[in-house]
Design a protein around this ligand. Sequence first.
Ligand SMILES: Nc1nc2c(c(=O)[nH]1)N[C@H]1C(S)=C(S)[C@@H](COP(=O)(O)O)O[C@H]1N2
Ligand SMILES: [Mo]
Length: 229
Amino acid sequence: MELTPPLPPGQHAQADFPRFGLFEFAARIADPQATALVVCGDTQTATTVPLPLPPELPRVEQTSDIHCVTTWSKRGVCWSGVRFADFYEHVVLPQARPLGGATLVALRGQDAYVTTLPLDDLLAPDVLLADHLDGAPLGLAHGAPLRVVAPRHYGYKSAKHLYAIEFWRDARAFRTAAFGFMDHPRARVALEERARYLPGALLRPFYRSLIGLARWRFRTALERHPRGL
Ligand SMILES: Nc1nc2c(c(=O)[nH]1)N[C@H]1C(S)=C(S)[C@@H](COP(=O)(O)O)O[C@H]1N2
Ligand SMILES: [Mo]
């Protein structure tokens, strides 16, 4: 029998895998057929990459847990797609050519969701640009047509409905509008970096209290949408 490692501090396992996020994004349904991903920012060239991702990129399959900052975790989610590191090497470096020091990466969704991670965190081997979940193309609920999967960071770093990847030299040139002070620059789950200034453990009860309403908002918005589930 395989032993399941313990959950990170303050997390509890959830049986289902809800569509989830900040309230204001619940009703902003993306276009699963979007055909372009933009790579831009402090780069030599702004580049448009066709979607689905070019088939010559190496593909991987990965089973990993997703940990939402509000304390729920879904264990053993099976994704497939392209490693961010491979995308960086085969597409970003040769085509967009980021300027020296452009190592703050903004991940932008079609729904105007945006979050950032340091380039080094995104180059970790378990960070994917995923386009499949459980062997099927990603659906609207979980980030069609393409999403980030960064298992060692809270879920809010894993931008869904990915529309642009931006490389910036200066962190001050960029603000994550959605989260303000709640957005930790790295949000590492193992260190409980839930938010920027407050200790993560202190925030658990507050975040936990939001889960029910957020789940309901995200589920009903999708059910009401003509494209549906
Ligand atoms: N574009 C976009 N990406 C997003 C969000 C969002 O609202 N919009 N929510 C984030 C949060 S808070 C979490 S926990 C995960 C949830 O992923 P899921 O809906 O596949 O469960 O997506 C993240 N990525
Ligand atoms: Mo989350």
